[in-house]
Design a protein around this ligand. Structure first.
Ligand code: NAD
Length: 336
């Protein structure tokens, strides 16, 4: 049974505390948040001890693993405290807001003999793991292109919130799109060229919103079209479509995959079929976050578990997002 300390008790801190307490035999024993109300909620709900800063939390003798769910631009201080205390670390994506802070994070965890992983939650979903296996075994033949459609029509954050501050969150390029950029990197390898246009959370708007349209071409020739936005109205959803020589596979917000074979009718690859192909029977996919915490808990307990997204995966996703921002500003194609 692992004991967890959570740095940052907002939306994701609460999500992970719920995942730990409902899906694992682990326990949230300590929390830190500069907002006393956020920390008090965790104390009242989970009995966690409220600590006065990240260092004291990480050094708490009962804490085995530090979960960093502070705002993106604060991740480094949480990771640094955890490394100093020599604890396992789960850090939410993206690694940090800037390349400099991410490089410092990489330096801190290079050769680290405890677990360090990044919160790319989609990698734990059965449909994503099955899609990766299908691509690796050449099910679609040579992959030609990929389309990512990721609109959020219910963005509620206001000015004054760190999410609405481009210098703190990086907007959709670094924040929300980080997951699908990570999947593209995982599926297709090393990017080669990155072009984007976008709003960079244009601060002249009455209410904050953001949009990016980008093309990332990989060294193996796969062309990815990635669109992501935070809007105050309109559609919300997620679709990732991958087209190869022999057909296409579409992955949306459901637990299934949809296969469009060349010359054949559309087929749904159900969760049951996916789990069977993966050799897994009772997969609970009520929430990817729950699976993520179960995997983290298993890894700390030394049980067999899936490979975890590494600091290198986090760096590669962040680098693509930062290159998108460079491209928006320069109006040029950026090279990897
Ligand atoms: N994996 C995912 O699907 C996913 C989804 C949403 C957010 N995130 C990431 O999780 C992180 C947190 O996002 P959120 O939505 O929970 O944000 P949030 O604004 O809801 O919560 C952040 C919390 O951190 C606290 N905080 C502020 N400064 C702090 C500091 N220096 N140390 C500790 N805590 C501090 C705030 O008081 C707040 O309670 C971000 O990096 C974000 O990009 C990941």
């Amino acid at each position: 049974m692992a004991n967890f300390g959570i740095i940052g008790c907002g939306r994701m801190g609460k999500n992970h505390a719920k995942g730990i307490s409902t899906g694992t035999d682990g326990k949230v024993v300590a929390v830190y948040d500069p907002n006393p109300e956020a920390a008090a909620f965790m104390h009242e709900t989970y009995g966690a001890e409220v600590m006065q800063n990240a260092e004291v939390l990480a050094a708490h003798p009962k804490v085995d693993c530090v979960i960093v769910t502070s705002p993106t631009y604060c991740h480094l201080e949480g990771v640094r405290a955890a490394v100093l205390a020599h604890k396992h670390i789960f850090c939410e994506k993206p690694v940090d807001r800037t390349w400099e802070a991410a490089l410092e994070t990489e330096r801190l965890v290079k050769g680290y003999d405890k677990l360090f992983t990044i919160g790319f939650v989609r990698r734990y979903l059965p449909k994503t793991r099955r899609l990766k296996a299908l691509l690796d075994e050449g099910f679609l033949g040579r992959v030609r292109f990929c389309n990512v459609d990721l609109p959020l029509g219910a963005f509620k954050r206001l000015y004054g919130d760190w999410f609405a501050d481009f210098g703190k969150s990086g907007g959709v390029c670094i924040d929300m799109l980080a997951h699908h950029v990570d999947l593209c990197n995982w599926f297709f390898g090393t990017p080669e060229r990155i072009y984007a246009d976008g709003m960079l959370l244009d601060q002249t708007q009455e209410l904050p919103s953001d949009h990016v349209a980008s093309v990332v071409t990989y060294e193996n020739g796969v062309i990815c079209n990635l669109m992501c936005n935070w809007q105050r109205f309109g559609r919300s959803g997620e679709v990732m479509e991958i087209y190869g020589e022999k057909g296409a596979i579409s992955m949306d917000g459901s637990n299934d995959l949809t296969y469009y074979p060349l010359g054949g009718a559309k087929q749904v690859i159900s969760l049951e079929t996916i789990c069977h192909s993966l050799g897994e029977q009772n997969v609970n996919v009520a929430s990817g976050y729950l699976l993520e915490m179960q995997e983290l808990n298993d890894a700390i307990d030394g049980k067999t578990a899936l490979p975890k997204p590494s600091i290198q995966d986090g760096m590669n996703s962040l680098k693509v997002g930062l290159k998108m921002i460079d491209s928006i500003r320069s109006r040029q194609v950026e090279r990897w």
